[in-house]
Design a binder for this molecule. Sequence first.
Ligand code: ADP
Ligand code: MG
Length: 489
Amino acid sequence: MNAPYRVKGETGEWEVVVGLEVHAQITASKAKLFSGAATAFGAEPNTQVSLVDAAMPGMLPVPNRECIRQAVRTGMALDAKINRWSRFDRKNYFYADLPQGYQISQLYHPLVGEGELEVLVDEKDENSAKRIGIERIHVEQDAGKLMHDQHATMSYVDLNRCGVALMEIVSRPDMRSPAEAGAYLRKLRSILRYVGSCDGNMEEGSMRADVNVSVRKPGGEFGTRTETKNVNSVRFVMAVVEHEAMRQVELIEGGGSVAQETRLFDPDKGVTRSLRSKEDAHDYRYFPDPDLLPLELDESFIEECRGTLPELPDAKRKRYEGLGITAYNSSVLTAEVETARWFDLLLESGAEPKQASNWVVAELFGALNRRAQSVEQSPVSPAQAAELLKLVADGTISGTIAKQVFEIMLETGQGASAIVEERGLKQTSDAGAIDAAIDKILADNADKVADYKAGKQQLFGFFVGQTMKAMAGTANPQVVNDRLRTKLS
Ligand code: ADP
Ligand code: MG
């Protein structure tokens, strides 16, 4: 187990308490939550705005079934309770990026209730597993974007994002360190990407987190929290937790108290700054949206959602472990959905699981890293890799030769068998050929043979190496060893 994370202060040690509210855009839907306008990232400003999104008088919202479907699937993937009856509320506030004057959200009756997520705080340590509670997932509209840097004296507004569907995934205050917050966010992102509801692209803002942080004496009452808004990377979330914990401890120990407020993170300086005092629910005058009926889900809809859930990372990891793959490899191979998909295809092509996992983690990842390519861009397909691995497994080529063959495959796109055939790389156990090579090496190195016989045992490796080299790596190492021992004894 990891040592508990503690912040050292003058009055002793403090514990940090973290809860995350993650806004995940439902990128699986090409249309907005209540209108048919497009949602593609990076479009020209104000080109994806319907009359509903611009809040023209008399326009009526119509719920997008696909968005609801994706949020339900996401809830199922988080083992959460799916509420058969939910309702949309208006959250009223004025801001220039919100033409309606309210956001349609769900406060009182969210679509998804309690769930939970298991994380490995340290990816390399099976014993660092921790369960983190999910309080709810509700569906809501995103707001537009203000641009302050386009003109010297004016701000511009882009309404493309107005009305885009978000899932707000609210955790329980169950995290106790920056590492736990980071692990939670990474795992949540991984699950969203497996499910396909959200692409998890934090740079493009399709996933962002509000980070709630408080401190307390271990075991004591929860302290007052601050909420740092719209943090857009795992690293920044961890930095916010660390910085806020420290700031709050210093504040309390200096005789002050933490104000319940909303803060902003400055990534350049690594600090948070006060934005405004925290609002309460009653400040927003929430009330049920009169333009929308409550959502009622029937069993066939729920079953359809459940039926389209993929195998999720935890289940896949356990399955891999059951195939004899190490815990570490299983966790690495399942962390990203693209890697897992590639590996599954490799297994379907007949590769032996343990050998295949070691090869992917060491050789394939190594090569892709050097070439700055993602697994989806791999020049070698799973079927081609299976062919290579089979040649090693049945002794046609050695592991060393396999590395060379793989390099050639990456460069030329040729198949493994063709390369081995064309370049004469087959492993040979032909004692005649091996003996001939050995005899030449021993004759050329008579002095070393004498040293060896006089007791310099470590020269054996030298003779093996020279023989392998003379045969361009194709000799069966076991036969080389056996023959050398016989000849040198
Ligand atoms: P709001 O919308 O007002 O921020 P929510 O209920 O949506 O309130 O979110 C509350 C978030 O704050 C949850 O993620 C919860 O886990 C977290 N939280 C609540 N109390 C604390 C606390 N004392 N310290 C840290 N996080 C907290
Ligand atoms: Mg909040």
